[in-house]
Design a protein around this ligand. Structure first.
Ligand SMILES: [Zn+2]
Length: 254
């Protein structure tokens, strides 16, 4: 069995059998993976504290080619986010970013930019740098972009014209973005103004380190959040169809 080593962000851990745990982690090298940590719920196990969500750990694990579940051998905590653990609001925000990785990425498909994006966003939250709503919006935007499912906010998908500075509408059911002329009053659609669309487009070129310099009002954050959130729900539905939840958990891995 090949032995592997990686730095990984722990997304979720749940008990398995009497003394074991299964953990879902994300690393730049492996993408989202699941690992069995034998005996990790025992009092004396060093792995017990390490395999908690919102920890970056170094994992050493064994992999069998025929199985999706790896066997974790040792762990060492590399980084924690103590400020997130002290505040319910920040903890909820941090857990939401993990949820984005969990639901928005496909098993075993490494996307190093996704790993860097979320870990950098967690550091900003932990350091109290930047508007937390803006950090969330930035991660949502880039998750959609990196997965190739971001709606181009500058173009109407019905007539092909630029949406300019006017209002436009996103229909979550059809996953379609149209200009004011193509939107009929009775059609469902989330309205978004030109200024907020331009703000979204500017995120493409903005390094995450510059987020603390940016201002975003609460109403703008809500409108942009709804626009991206509707696209994310659509993406989550498609991503979950691709996930291969095989019989790994019922097997006897290792
Ligand atoms: Zn149009």
């Amino acid at each position: 069995m090949p032995l592997n080593r990686c730095d990984a962000l722990i997304l979720k851990t749940f008990p398995y059998r009497d003394a074991d745990q299964i953990t879902i982690f994300y690393s730049a090298e492996t993408g989202q993976r699941r690992g069995l940590a034998r005996g990790s719920r025992r009092h004396k196990s060093r792995m017990c504290g390490a395999l908690q969500p919102l920890r970056i750990v170094q994992l050493v694990y064994f992999e069998k080619q025929s199985r999706d579940l790896v066997t974790i051998d040792t762990t060492a905590v590399l980084e924690r986010f103590p400020r997130l653990e002290d505040s319910l609001d920040l903890l909820t925000r941090g857990m939401y970013l993990l949820e984005l990785l969990l639901r928005g990425t496909v098993d075993s498909q490494p996307q190093p930019p996704m790993y860097r994006l979320v870990t950098k966003a967690l550091r900003l939250l932990n350091e109290g740098q930047g508007n937390p709503d803006l950090i969330r919006i930035y991660v949502e935007y880039h998750l959609l972009r990196l997965n190739g499912v971001l709606v181009d906010p500058s173009v109407c998908e019905a007539c092909g014209r630029s949406t300019g500075t006017d209002w436009s509408y996103f229909d979550p059911g059809l996953s379609r973005h149209v200009c004011r002329d193509c939107h009929r009053p009775r059609d469902p659609g989330l309205a978004i103004c030109g200024a907020n669309r331009q703000f979204i487009e500017a995120l493409n070129r903005l390094p995450i380190a510059n987020l603390p310099l940016l201002l975003l009002t609460a109403p703008a954050a809500r409108e942009i959040g709804r626009f991206l959130g509707a696209q994310l729900e659509r993406h989550f539905e498609n991503a979950s169809r691709v996930q291969h939840f095989s019989a790994e958990i019922d097997g006897t891995p290792g």
